[in-house]
Design a protein around this ligand. Structure first.
Ligand code: SF4
Length: 347
């Protein structure tokens, strides 16, 4: 995820989900809904924010909107990186009357923001046919990502028609829909079943899911890359243990507080700094290897998007840990308490 800089780490980056690469499709930008909102609110300035994989379509969407909007309405496009609904361009948002966020489901409703989800149109049935072969019983949890949410009910019905008992729930406030997972939140898989079927693009979500729910078998049905497999956390765990191990000898710690609207864990970051005189709070929006290179630290703790730590960790010049891993590295917790870093609550 960079922030979803590793493609499907987060909800926003569509690069490796194949949504912008492999499937030619026409997205529904819901221009009518935007125009209606602009007219209703007498808006003069409209801000548009696209996920990384769709930024190149931004100017064309702006052109189409300008055709439809009253004369004189200004349309502006955010150039800030965007990897999730946690990642709104607040600068542009404050300066516009209507702010349209494409590609993610709402993390929090707001009068000013219109969320346009941009669903995938890939057919999920062929991959589900293959994936159910890996299920062991007829009780199964079902989860997916925001991009495939438009097919969720069809997925459930398809399973029920084949005599599966399908367990689903809506996670917490960070999630909009029943059965939806985010790269940082798998609360929708807290269900009464020993196995979960993940239907969606990429491996990063199901890996997080398997880490967060180690007692469940996680079957991946990826209709974008046409892959069926069982999530295996071994390699992931090895990489995390290696980072924790390297950080155990660290003296100087950089504690990153991410200033993105939906990624701030201020209390957690401060608690670390208050209890370690060799820890320094560093504030930043994009957390990238280049931006941290000039800091003379032995290790970092990232309280922002967990996927930056887990998916991009090896790209940083010094060990990059989650807050929970930090506790292990400094000896406050035993190694076997290593768990996946999740993020709850809205912005
Ligand atoms: S904090 Fe969560 S929602 Fe935001 S980019 Fe990271 S994984 Fe996605």
């Amino acid at each position: 995820m960079s922030q979803d800089q590793t493609a499907d780490r987060t909800e926003g980056d569509l690069r490796n989900t194949g949504m912008s690469l492999r499937h030619d499709r026409t997205w529904d930008y819901e221009l009518d809904r935007i125009v209606e909102a602009v007219e209703e609110r007498d808006a003069e300035k409209v801000g548009l924010q696209f996920p990384e994989g769709l930024k190149r379509r931004g100017p064309a969407v702006a052109d189409d909107l300008r055709e439809l909007l009253p004369d004189g309405t200004r349309v502006m496009i955010s150039g800030q990186p965007c990897y999730g609904a946690c990642d709104l361009d607040t600068y542009l948002m404050r300066r516009t009357d209507v702010f349209v966020h494409f590609g993610h489901s709402p993390m929090k409703d707001s009068e000013k923001i219109i969320y346009v989800p941009l669903f995938s149109n890939v057919d999920v049935v062929p991959i589900m046919e293959e994936a159910v072969e890996k299920l062991e019983t007829s009780d199964v949890g079902l989860v997916t990502t925001a991009q495939h949410m438009n097919k969720f009910e069809a997925m459930r019905e398809w399973l029920e028609e084949r005599d599966f008992t399908v367990h689903t729930r809506r996670g917490d406030d960070r999630l909009t829909h029943e059965g939806q997972v985010l790269g940082c939140n798998y609360a929708s898989a807290d269900i009464d079943a020993d196995q979960v079927l993940y239907v969606g693009g990429g491996k990063f979500h199901p890996l997080g899911l398997a880490m967060e729910h180690p007692d469940k078998k996680v079957v991946i049905g990826d209709p974008v890359n046409n892959v069926v497999e069982v999530a295996d956390t071994d390699q992931f765990l090895k990489q995390r243990y290696a980072s924790v191990h390297k950080a155990m000898s660290a003296e100087k710690w950089g504690v990153i507080f991410c200033t993105k609207i939906g990624q701030g864990r201020w209390e957690q970051a401060n608690e670390i700094v208050e209890n370690n005189e060799n820890a320094y709070l560093i504030t930043m929006d994009e957390v990238t290897p280049d931006r941290l290179r000039n800091f003379d630290m032995d290790a970092f703790v990232n309280t922002g998007c967990p996927r930056i730590t887990t998916d991009d960790g090896p790209r940083f010049h010094k060990p990059m840990l989650t807050p929970g891993e930090y506790e292990i590295a400094v000896g406050n917790k035993p190694l076997d308490e290593l768990s996946f870093d999740t993020f709850h609550g809205t912005w």
